[in-house]
Design a protein around this ligand. Structure first.
Ligand SMILES: Cc1cc2nc3c(=O)[nH]c(=O)nc-3n(C[C@H](O)[C@H](O)[C@H](O)COP(=O)(O)O)c2cc1C
Ligand code: SF4
Ligand code: SF4
Length: 437
C-alpha cells in the first residue's frame, strides 16, 4: 500500500504535493482552503522587508498561451511579491501553522542583498513557527530591477553569500529557489550548496513576452498601451524544468542535494517525471490557478495507484531512478535502429503522417496503394525520427519498433550489430577515441 508521506530538507508533509509561492499561497484564507483540499505543504507568497507596501500594476498581470480550443499551455505574469504588510502575513502564518501542524509551511523571502536586511527578516520569520524558508532568487521582473530576485540568482557569488547569511542567522532549513534565466543551471546550484543550502527548488519563471495585438500592434497584454517582459510558467515549461532538475542530479558536486521540482506540474504523471529525475517533492502554481485546489486529489490518488501497481511503498523507492538513463548525445548507441509502423486497423487515413514525412522528413510513408488511400511505412527510407508518431491523432496507431540484433536494416542493407557503439568511437568522428583505449 503506497505511503505518500514525504520528508524534504527535514520538513515533513503528508504527501509530496506543495503549492508554490504565488497567489494560491498569498493569505491564510487560501492556504486554509488548500490544506482542506489535501495539499501536503505550501510555500507562502514571497515576503519582502517591512516598509511601504509593494505596488502592483492596475491592469492585466497575467497573459496566456492557449490552444485553439482554449486549453492553457503557458502562463505569464508581471506580478510582484506580496503587497500585504509583513506583520499581517507573519500573524497569519503563525495561525495557519498552529491549525495545521502536520502540513509543511515554508516562507518565501526576498529582501535587499545586505546582511542586515536578511538578518532582520529571518528573526521574525523564525518566530512565526514556519517550518523553513525559501530564498526567492528567481523573479525575473520588477524586483530584479531593484537588485533582488533573478538579479541575485544570476550571480553565483551572491547566491552563496546570501545563503550563508541565512544559515548563520536562522535555524530553519534553507531552500534556495533558482532562476531558469541562466545559461547553465549547475553553477547557481553549486553556489547554493557551497553557501550551505539544505535544498534547492526550481524553476521560477522564464523571461517572456506573450505577443502583439494585431489590431493595434501594441504588445499584449499591456498596461495603458505599454507592456513589460514577465515570467513564463505552466505546462509548456515542464521540459525545461525537468532538464535543469536532471542536470543538478547528474552533476557530481550537487548529486544528492534535495530538489523540489517546480514548473508545469498539473497531475500525478508530471510529479512522477520530476521524482524519477531526482526531485524529492513537487510544487504547483499554474495548475492550481487554472483548475482550483481540488486538483490535488487526482495527484495523490493517481500517484498512490501508480505506486501500488508498481509495488512501490514510498516515493524514495523510485526517486532518481531515471537519472542514470540520461547521458550526453555522444554516448547514445548509434547501432540502435528503429522503424515506424502503422496499425492499419486503427488508422483513420487522415494523411497527417504522410504529409509530415513527405514534406519535412524522409519521404517514407505512402499515401496511395492500388489507386486507394493507404498509409504504409517504407522501411528502406525510414530513419525512425518519430515525427509521424508525434503528429498522428490516433493513440498507439503509429509506433516505433526497435530492430533486433541481426535483423537487416532495409535502409543500409546491413544487419543490426549486437554491440552498442557511440560517436566517441565512430569512424566518421575525427576526434574519435581508439576502441582499444
Ligand atoms: C502569478 C504568479 C505569481 C508568482 N509569484 C511568485 C512569488 O511571489 N515568489 C516566487 O518564488 N515565485 C512566484 N511565482 C512562480 C511560481 O512559484 C512557480 O515557480 C512558477 O509559476 C512555475 O510553476 P508552475 O508552472 O506550476 O506555475 C509566481 C508565479 C505566478 C504565475
Ligand atoms: S519515423 Fe520519420 S522517417 Fe520514418 S516514417 Fe516516420 S516521419 Fe518518416
Ligand atoms: S497520421 Fe495516423 S491515423 Fe493518420 S494516416 Fe497516418 S497513421 Fe493513419
Amino acid at each position: 500500500m503506497a505511503d505518500l508521506r514525504n520528508t524534504f530538507a527535514g520538513i515533513r508533509s503528508p504527501n509530496p504535493f506543495w503549492l508554490a509561492s504565488a497567489p494560491p499561497t498569498d493569505k491564510a484564507y487560501n492556504v486554509n482552503r488548500a490544506f482542506e483540499a489535501g495539499w501536503g505543504g505550501v510555500v507562502w507568497k514571497t515576503l519582502g522587508e517591512d516598509g511601504p507596501p509593494i505596488v502592483n500594476v492596475n491592469g492585466p498581470r497575467y497573459g496566456a498561451l492557449l490552444t485553439p480550443d482554449r486549453r492553457l499551455l503557458g502562463f505569464n505574469n508581471i506580478e510582484l511579491i506580496t503587497d500585504r504588510p509583513l506583520q499581517t502575513n507573519l500573524d497569519e502564518i503563525r495561525a495557519v501553522k498552529r491549525s495545521w501542524p502536520d502540513r509543511a509551511l515554508v516562507v518565501s523571502l526576498m529582501v535587499p542583498c545586505t546582511e542586515a536586511a536578511w538578518k532582520a527578516i529571518l528573526v521574525r520569520v523564525e518566530d512565526s513557527g514556519a517550518d523553513g524558508i525559501e530564498l526567492n532568487f528567481g523573479c525575473p521582473h520588477g524586483m530584479s530591477e531593484r537588485g533582488m530576485g533573478a538579479a541575485v540568482g544570476q550571480v553565483p557569488e551572491y547566491i552563496e553569500r546570501v545563503t550563508a547569511w541565512c544559515k548563520t542567522y536562522s535555524r530553519l532549513p534553507v531552500i534556495v529557489k533558482l532562476t531558469p534565466n541562466v545559461t547553465d543551471i549547475r553553477a547557481p546550484a553549486r553556489a547554493a550548496k557551497k553557501g550551505g543550502a539544505d535544498a534547492v527548488s526550481l524553476i521560477n519563471t522564464i523571461n517572456s513576452v506573450m505577443g502583439v495585438d494585431p489590431a493595434t500592434l501594441v504588445m499584449s497584454p499591456s498596461t495603458g498601451g505599454m507592456g513589460s517582459h514577465g515570467g513564463y510558467c505552466g505546462p509548456a515549461v515542464k521540459p525545461i524544468a525537468l532538464h535543469m532538475t536532471a542536470e543538478i542530479g547528474r552533476q557530481r558536486e550537487t548529486a544528492g542535494l534535495p530538489i523540489s521540482g517546480i514548473g508545469g506540474v498539473g497531475n500525478w504523471r508530471d510529479a512522477l517525471d520530476f521524482i524519477a529525475l531526482g526531485a524529492t517533492n513537487v510544487q504547483v502554481c499554474t495548475a492550481a490557478m487554472t483548475f482550483g485546489f481540488k486538483i490535488v486529489q487526482e495527484m495523490t490518488d493517481g500517484l498512490s495507484e501508480y505506486m501500488d501497481s508498481m509495488g512501490f511503498e514510498t516515493t524514495a523507492e523510485f526517486q532518481g531512478r531515471a537519472l542514470p538513463t540520461i547521458t550526453d548525445w555522444q554516448y547514445l548507441n548509434l547501432n540502435s535502429i528503429s522503424k515506424a509502423q502503422i496499425d492499419q486497423v486503427s488508422c483513420i487515413q487522415c494523411g497527417r503522417c504522410h504529409i509530415a514525412c513527405e514534406d519535412t522528413s524522409h519521404q517514407a510513408i505512402t499515401a496511395m496503394k492500388d489507386g486507394r488511400r493507404h498509409f504504409e511505412v517504407d522501411e528502406a527510407e525510414c530513419v525512425g525520427c518519430n515525427l509521424c508518431v508525434t503528429v498522428c491523432p490516433v493513440p498507439d496507431c503509429l509506433t516505433l519498433r526497435t530492430l533486433a540484433p541481426g535483423e537487416v536494416d532495409l535502409r543500409t542493407r546491413q544487419p543490426v550489430p549486437a554491440q552498442a557503439a557511440d560517436w566517441t568511437t565512430h569512424p566518421n568522428n575525427p576526434m574519435r577515441r581508439s576502441a582499444a583505449v
